[in-house]
Design a protein around this ligand. Structure first.
Ligand SMILES: [Ca+2]
Ligand SMILES: [Ca+2]
Length: 421
């Protein structure tokens, strides 16, 4: 039995710690001096006490004592220089007793830019991380703010604090060679949703998947019918982009009559929005848009399929989206992946009511060199409380195009949702 792989091609985020240069002015490991966080939060006395203590491994860490019922008190450290509109990441090991929560903030020295970020769970590397983008260039400091909702004195332990320019995504992107697709996900829409599948700013309706012998990259592509005088806009996950690099976006597009659309790069704090118009013809055409951005920061990429000032609807389709470093696009390469996806069209996000008669469409595309010997499609029906009420399987049949699809009329009553395996 195979599992659906809805095209998650994650960037590798495992990096040696040596690649990270901390800009904290004191020792974030607490091994050589008193370490960072040796001042009162906001330079005023508070009820916290802290000291550098020995940890279980014979090293040193910072241990804080927090009285019961305490709110918004903490510790801060020495100022350091940062640059405006640049991403910084703060990482640390942090252990909090029951009832204790912690936030980190990067604050400029005249308190005109303060953003508190909750320190969440530890990642696989035993560190939790928060990101900051300062509004100004100049001196900032890092502070930790605690609350203890329990009745009793509780503690927090901190070690290995790092503050570095950029983020892990940026560092991972740095190692990607030219020609490689920077977009994650199913960029060829084979058997499931891919990049640009989220509706941007509420404009539009969900993308449909279509299948055609003449599609330029695989047999599946994304398509939508844009009404008269309307616009459908789609985006994907936010992406770190670097102002010092050149990028080129490319994709296949066509429409049922010639039209003009836009590829838009949007800085997530709206400080840099660039629109790139492109023409769409009635034939599949590969468009290529070179661009740069103004900030090293997170951006959204938006594909805006427009039909403004037009009296009739237009069907617009696209496929094989690619973003790469450089000024000239290189050909899209289909990932050698197996894709499976299910579509349960309906008005209520996959929840159905007694008089509805849902149709489930399942698609699977195999781009690997060897077809699976055996494959089974399993449909699970759950009620509104996520209890499985019915499960049934049928064998998968591959056609010569290396794709398989089923359309199943759902033989049940009551509300239902589905999944495939
Ligand atoms: Ca230590
Ligand atoms: Ca495709």
């Amino acid at each position: 039995m195979w599992k659906p792989i809805l095209a998650c091609i994650a960037l590798s985020l495992t990096l040696p710690l040596a690649a990270i240069e901390s800009i904290l002015p004191n020792d974030g490991t607490f091994e050589t001096d008193g370490g960072y966080f040796t001042n009162y939060w906001c330079d005023r006395p508070n009820s916290l006490s802290w000291q550098v203590v020995e940890d279980a491994d014979g090293g040193h860490c910072l241990r804080l004592e927090l009285p019961g019922g305490m709110e918004h008190q903490g510790v801060s450290g020495e100022p350091f220089e940062v640059q405006a509109h640049t991403t910084y990441t703060c990482r640390m090991k942090i252990q909090l007793d029951e009832g204790v929560s912690a936030q980190a903030a990067l604050v400029n020295c005249d308190w005109k830019d303060t953003t508190f970020m909750t320190l969440g769970n530890l990642g696989e590397d035993g560190l939790c991380a928060v990101e900051f983008t300062p509004k100004f260039s100049g001196r900032y400091w890092l502070l930790l703010d605690f609350a203890n909702t329990s009745q009793d004195t509780a503690g927090a332990t901190i070690d290995d604090i790092q503050l570095f320019k950029g983020n892990l995504r940026m560092m991972a992107l740095d190692s990607i060679p030219e020609g490689e697709n920077l977009l994650t996900g199913n960029n060829s829409y084979e058997g499931g949703d891919g990049f640009f599948s989220q509706i941007w700013a509420g404009q539009g309706s969900p993308l449909e998947l279509a299948e055609d012998d003449d599609a330029p990259a695989g047999c599946m592509y994304a398509t939508t019918m844009v009404d008269a005088d309307d616009c459908h806009s789609y985006t994907g996950p936010r992406l770190f982009m670097d102002k010092d690099r050149k990028y080129v976006f490319s994709c296949w597009v066509k429409a049922d009559r010639p039209t003009t659309c836009e590829f838009i790069t949007v800085h997530t704090a709206w400080k840099d929005t660039q629109m790139h118009k492109f023409h769409v013809t009635t034939e599949w055409n590969r468009i290529e848009i070179p661009f740069t951005v103004k900030f090293s920061s997170d951006y959204s990429l938006v594909l805006e399929l427009t039909n403004r000032n037009q009296p009739t609807p237009v069907q617009i389709s696209f496929d094989a989206v690619k973003l790469e470093f450089g000024t000239q696009a290189t050909p899209f390469v289909q990932e050698k992946t197996f894709y499976a996806g299910a579509k349960l069209p309906g008005d209520n996000n996959g929840i159905f009511f007694p008089k509805e008669n849902p149709t489930l469409k399942i698609l699977a595309i195999d781009k690997r060199d060897e077809l699976p010997q055996e494959a089974t499609c399993t449909i699970t029906v759950s009620d509104y409380s996520q209890r499985v009420v019915r499960e049934f399987s049928q064998p998968a049949v591959w056609t010569k195009r290396e794709s398989a699809s089923w359309t199943s009329q759902c033989p049940w009553t009551g509300s239902a949702s589905s999944s495939t395996e």
